[in-house]
Design a protein around this ligand. Structure first.
Ligand code: LMR
Length: 395
């Protein structure tokens, strides 16, 4: 019956992680998947999360019922403030927010919703982007195209070329953007560029879809949220997906959210209903525990501020690692241009290394990068810096 089922080629990021686990070398270094690792190479359990868990566990036992289709009600409210900041009550009511199964789940529910109302539209993703963006939107039935993101040197954003492509798109085209900490390049738009983009989208009736998996790990929470908050203020309709995997170190809980910014609260209510319907036909309702942890932290001023401090510490450690790797490479090979390490932001840096060079580095040094040349900065620590600097300097 299933004789004709072809092999799944695997996901480029998750398959590489499997290869890393199988590698028997003790000196191997994992700079592949976007996990935040601490100085000891461990994925941390945040102290704020431990406290939230203690509070959740101290609640009198209750029947383990389903959450509503759109998720935990307190979670949905606090997440709106986290993403959109201080909005008037009227503005909040224009935004429909649902809890999702991680950031990927938010992207998929958003894609399924869009394909129902804009089946003729095409989706545009940056070149390069996170591989799964293609698969998710294609899986929902869209044709997915790329828009240029970098100039020919691959070292900076080519904003003019991006704008020229967006200007030529048919109305109701869907443009996927990284809200901050662009994955894989670590190169983000400035606030002025976001404003210019939204103005163009308004004129050309383009639907932006912002993916925010690393909010707060670039320049800080408020700074990184500029793209999202400016979208909400711009008067255009758009979608925002976000993930709590990295910023709360809650990978396995699969907790995220999807927001749809609408023109009026009346439309937002109907959209909310359709999002619920989309959830119901996919997985019925989201899991409870991760949302309870995030809701407990974000609704408690003390816990929220201790989580913010932990988020800032993660961000600062990555900035320090960027500088330390830069310094070490420069000592080994002063002529090598590694300015990108200092210029790019967030969890990733884009080395410009070819896929062949990445393969050589993996075989020779046991240092694992994504074949696009992306390194996960959070995988660096003082014990593996020298090996990584050596691999980057002599490949
Ligand atoms: C990444 O890009 O490495 C992360 O977003 C993890 C993933 O699911 O691919």
């Amino acid at each position: 019956m299933f004789e004709h089922v072809e092999n799944y080629p695997g996901d480029p990021i998750l398959s590489l992680m499997d290869d890393y686990q199988r590698d028997a070398r003790s000196e191997k270094v994992n700079l592949s998947i976007g996990f935040y690792y601490d100085e000891n190479g461990q994925v941390p359990v945040l102290t704020s999360v431990k406290h939230a868990k203690a509070l959740v566990d101290a609640q009198p036992p209750a029947a383990n019922l389903y959450l509503p289709m759109d998720g935990h009600p307190v979670f949905r409210t606090v997440v709106q403030s986290y993403l959109f900041g201080e909005l008037s009550a009227a503005d909040h009511s224009r935004i429909s927010t649902i809890q999702s199964v991680g950031g990927s789940g938010a992207l998929r529910v958003g894609a399924d919703f869009l394909t129902r109302y804009y089946p003729e539209s095409r989706v545009w993703v940056s070149d390069p982007t996170w591989d799964n963006h293609f698969a998710i939107f294609k899986g929902a039935g869209f044709e997915v195209n790329r828009y240029p993101y970098l100039d020919v040197s691959g070292k900076s954003i080519d904003f003019e070329r991006m704008l020229a492509v967006f200007e030529s798109l048919p109305v109701n085209s869907i443009v996927l953007l990284h809200a901050c900490c662009h994955n894989p390049t670590g190169m983000d738009l400035s606030p002025e560029q976001w404003d210019t983009l939204y103005e163009l989208f308004r004129k050309h009736s383009i639907i932006p879809f912002l993916d925010a998996a690393y909010l707060g790990l670039g320049d800080g929470l408020e700074e990184d949220a500029y793209s999202i908050r400016a979208l909400a203020q711009s008067g255009i309709t758009g979608l925002v997906s976000n993930s709590f995997s990295k910023v709360f170190s809650l990978y396995g809980e699969r907790v995220g959210s999807l927001s749809v910014i609408c023109e009026s609260s009346d439309i937002a209510q109907r959209v909310a209903g359709q999002l619920k319907g989309t959830v119901r036909t996919n997985y019925s309702n989201p899991p409870r525990h991760g949302a309870e942890l995030v809701a407990t932290i974000l609704s408690n001023a003390e816990l929220a501020s201790s989580w913010r401090a932990e988020l800032d510490a993660m961000r600062k450690r990555m900035v320090e690692m960027r500088q330390a790797l830069f310094d070490k490479v420069k000592t080994l090979n002063p002529d090598l241009d590694v300015n990108y390490l200092l210029e790019q932001k967030g969890m990733f840096s884009y080395t410009g290394l070819s896929a062949e060079a990445v393969d050589r580095i993996r075989e020779k040094y046991g240092v694992y990068l994504i074949r696009s040349g992306r390194i996960c900065i959070a995988g660096l620590n003082s014990s593996n810096l020298a090996a990584v600097a050596e691999a980057l300097s002599n490949n």
